[in-house]
Every structure is written in C-alpha cells, then in structure tokens.
Design a protein around this ligand. Structure first.
Ligand SMILES: Cc1cc2nc3c(=O)[nH]c(=O)nc-3n(C[C@H](O)[C@H](O)[C@H](O)COP(=O)(O)OP(=O)(O)OC[C@H]3O[C@@H](n4cnc5c(N)ncnc54)[C@H](O)[C@@H]3O)c2cc1C
Length: 479
C-alpha cells in the first residue's frame, strides 16, 4: 500500500494526527545515526486508545510500527519503513518523594528543570542533554557521565507501562514464568560481566516477578510501546569537585582509571587529542584528558588522586558553575569530533559503544591499535572510561566505507573475546543487531527470539532491531 492510502486509512482508524507529507517523511528518515530509512507515515497518538488502534491497524495490514522519541539515537533504532509513532503527546509528569512517573514522550531537559526545583535529578544523564526523551532512554537503556555512580536506566527503572502487539496494556508480571522457564545458568553465563550493557534483551536482570519490567530497558521498541516509566530520583549533591588530568597516552589513562575508581568518583570520563585540539582553553593538544568528579569525601579524594595519578593534574575546580562549563567540553565531544574531520571524511556510528571491564581497557586499546595499523585507520576516542565504555569513531574516506564491515567484525570479535559487550548504552539498532547472536551465542539468542515471539508473534514492533536474520549494518548507511 502507498503512503497516502495508509495515511488516510490510519487517520480514520486511529483518529489521531497522521502525516505522509514528503518533508515530514524525510525528517523522520534520519536520526543522529549514520542511517537513513524512509517511513510510510508518521502518527501522533494522543493516548493509549490511539496506540491500540494503530497497532491493530498495523497488524491487519502487516505494517511495521517503530516508536520514536527525540531521534537522538546513534544506531538507527528509531528508523523504520512503516509507521513511525511520535510519542510527544505522552507528556505527563508526576513527582513522588524519591521517584518520578514520566510519560515516555517527555524530554529529559524538561524533566530536569522540574526536578531541579525540588533539588533532585534522575541518575542516567546522556551527553545529548535535554534533547532525548524518557521513552528513548528506556528503549536504549541509556546512561551517561554520572552513571558510574548512579547507574543506567535499568538500575533506576521502578515500573514501566507498555502497550503490547495485541494493542493492550501488558501486565508484565504475568509474563514472568514463561520468560524465566527459558533462562538456564548457561544463558546467564553468556552475559558479559560489565558495568553497563545495552545488547540484546537484559534477561540477566529478570531475577524475580518484581523485575520483569527491567526486560523493557534496552528493548528498543521491539517488545512494546512504552507509555510511561517510573524512575528513581536522587538528591543533588551539596558540593562537587572536578579534577582534569592530562595523560600522554590513552593507555596510560586507562591503566590509571582502574586506580582512580578506588576513590569512588561520581564520574570518570575521557576525551582524546582530536577533541582537546578543538577546545578553546589552555590545554595540551596531544594525549588525552581525564575528567574525574567527586561529590563525596571531596577533600580526601582530591588529595589521594594527586598521589595515585601518573598524569599531570591541570585543573581542580569546585565552583558548580565552572564545573558545568568544563563538563560542556566533554559533553560536546561528538560535535568537536565532527570539527576534527575534513569534508571528504566521515565517522560512522558502528563500533562507537563497546564496553569492557575497566582493568581490560589496555587490551581493548591494544586491539584497536592493531586494527588501526592493519586498515590504516584514524580513530577518535572519548567516553565513559570509568565504566570501560569507549566511544570509538573510525574516520574514513567516503570511498573506504566498504572496509567498515570487516573492521566492525574484527573489532566486535575482539571485544567479546575480552569479555565485553558490543554496546554499553546506545542499543543494537541497524548497526549491531546482526551481531547480537555473535555476542551471546546460539542458545541465548534462541531465548531472545522466543521472548520476541511471545511479545510480538507477528513481528510488527520495530522489526529487524535486536532480532535480525538480515545484515543491516551496511544496507541503510546514508553515506
Ligand atoms: C551528541 C550525542 C550524545 C549522546 N550521548 C549519550 C550518552 O552519553 N549516553 C547514552 O546512553 N546515549 C547517548 N546518546 C544516544 C541517545 O541520545 C540516547 O540513547 C537517548 O536516550 C535516546 O533518546 P531519544 O528520545 O532520542 O530516542 P530515539 O532515538 O527516538 O529512540 C531510541 C530507541 O528507543 C525506542 N523508543 C523510543 N521511544 C519509545 C517508546 N515510547 N516505547 C518504546 N521504545 C521507544 C526507539 O524505537 C529506538 O529504538 C547520545 C547521542 C548524541 C547525538
């Protein structure tokens, strides 16, 4: 069926706004990833009833449904070729004492402002800042700079409401026994022991009936449409100190990171020379910088870090306003990276989110070094070094893009061999779904497939993400 026919029929069936305007379709064809995939229509459901009608329509006509929040995802998770559900109307916020219940379409920036007035915040803080939504954060099991102390979404998710592929609100607890019956010790062992993980379905966190909702964190809209989520909130720390340290090499920084972690920093981040060179501040333009923030036992930690570090401390800042400014250098790492490449180059998001145990970071960097030499590759590196989660962007000429499948396959095999996960916080999306089986092995993948089948037997919900028989990494690259 053509877009206009679907649009007219869907508008009638669901009653909400539906558009198939050419420019709107172009807009929703892309997100912050390296992919492009044109949908047929975009729908703006107002409530659960609208979603139910849309899902029933999609099932009847076998049209895929992909939910979308802010579209800031880096792996094409919110791109789909059927109906895009723009969740902006799910915008209610209910503040509790130590938690908040939020509509999935609420932008994090809006929530932050409201919580700030109460002196509180939600833990996971993606560097994209205000522009992502709660639905997208849960969908990707997002985390951020302060996840070292406050965890990823999965660690903070108290409840989640979803509409399933039958168009009904699911009682997730009812699914517990059928989910759990598939999960053997072998399956649990196939999960890497890392501090964050967004690859596949997080059945390793479904330990009791009370935990079934955790399965939705990182499910990328493939098991249901999230309408709201209840998240833990934290009291803002009274004082903070940020320590910026220069290292000559990433290797040296990674070895020291394991030591700095003993001081329990709230954040431990890294940016490499490609980024520091773009920052207008008196800092060395070689090597890399580590940002270590402490919000507890501050004086002691600053004293200790001076003893521990083999790098050069170039700044210790305790003024909150100045700390915010300094963090903006780290949070803008992606924008600075883009400034560091030429018009003839591109830096696709494909191997940008691996995570390994921090002590094994030197192995990861060694492996990267070998790949760089083999493929004559330059990379840009930044990210959550305290979590062992590095954002590695390969810089490629447009002509060289065909190399990426080989590079990614070798890189992911190495990461898995080191005991890591191919994605720590960005999800599998179009970039990595074809590697989920390699990550976990046949047995665990069969369990994932079974879960998808239970939730979505007709494969209507964001098909091709997480569970994929097709190779999608290269196919829809927009470069
Ligand atoms: C500059 C930059 C920095 C970033 N930094 C970080 C970072 O530090 N940490 C981090 O984790 N991520 C980071 N990201 C990635 C991204 O911003 C986050 O993953 C973010 O949480 C995605 O939110 P979104 O609303 O944009 O989701 P979208 O991109 O719209 O969607 C993401 C996924 O969630 C699904 N989804 C969306 N809404 C729903 C819903 N209602 N129900 C079910 N599924 C849904 C989508 O189908 C898709 O699979 C960064 C991105 C950029 C561009």
């Amino acid at each position: 069926m053509k877009s206009d026919k679907i649009g007219i029929k869907l508008e009638k069936a669901a009653g909400c706004t539906v558009t198939w305007d050419r420019y709107m379709l172009d807009f929703y064809s892309v997100d912050a990833s390296s992919y492009k995939l044109k949908p047929q229509v975009i729908a703006f459901p107002r409530n659960e009833k609208d979603i139910a009608k849309i899902i029933r329509f999609a099932k009847k006509h076998l049209i895929p449904v992909t939910p979308r929040g802010g579209g800031t995802g880096l792996v094409g998770g919110a791109l789909g070729k059927g109906i895009i559900l723009d969740m902006r109307n799910f915008n209610k916020i209910k503040i509790g004492k130590n938690h908040v219940t939020v509509g999935s379409g609420v932008y994090k920036g809006h929530l932050d402002k409201i919580l700030q007035k109460q002196g509180r915040f939600v833990g996971p803080d993606p560097s994209i800042g205000p522009f992502c939504t709660i639905g997208g954060m849960v969908g990707n099991n997002s985390s951020g700079v302060h996840s070292l102390k406050y965890g990823s979404v999965i660690d903070n998710l108290i409840e989640v409401k979803i509409m399933d592929s039958t168009g009904n609100a699911t009682r997730l607890q009812n699914m517990y026994h059928s989910i759990k019956s598939n999960i053997s010790q072998d399956v649990i062992k196939s999960f890497p022991r890392v501090s964050k993980n967004s690859c596949g379905y997080r059945i390793d966190r479904v330990l009791s009936e009370k935990d079934v909702h955790k399965l939705i964190a990182g499910s990328e809209g493939t098991l249901g449409i999230i309408t709201s989520a209840k998240l833990r909130t934290y009291k803002m720390p009274k004082n903070k100190a940020l320590c910026i340290i220069h290292y000559k090499t990433l290797l040296q920084a990674s070895i020291d990171s394991a030591k700095i972690l003993t001081l329990k920093p709230a954040a431990l981040e890294v940016i490499d020379k490609n980024i520091t060179r773009q920052i207008k501040m008196k800092i060395p333009n070689s090597g890399c910088l580590i940002f270590a923030e402490f919000d507890n036992d501050i004086k002691h930690s600053i004293k200790q870090i001076q003893k521990i570090t083999s790098g050069k401390i170039i700044k210790v800042e305790s003024n909150k306003g100045n700390i915010r400014k300094l963090w903006s250098f780290r949070n803008s790492a992606l924008a600075f990276s883009l400034r560091s490449i030429t018009k003839k180059e591109t830096m696709p998001t494909l191997i940008e989110d691996s995570v390994v145990p921090v002590k094994r970071l030197p192995l990861l960097l060694n492996m990267l070094d070998m790949i760089e030499k083999k493929y004559h590759l330059r990379t840009i590196v930044y990210g959550h070094i305290g979590n062992g989660n590095l954002h590695i962007r390969p810089v490629l000429g447009y002509k060289d893009i065909s190399k990426i499948q080989k590079i990614a396959t070798e890189f992911f095999t190495g990461v898995i061999g080191i005991g890591g996960s191919i994605t720590g916080e960005h999800g599998d999306g179009l970039a990595r779904s074809e590697f989920v089986k390699t990550q976990y092995g046949d047995k665990t993948y069969a369990v994932f497939r079974n879960i998808k089948q239970q939730f979505d037997p007709q494969n209507i919900l964001n098909p091709g993400k997480i569970i994929s028989d097709k190779k999608t990494m290269i196919k829809n690259l927009k470069i």
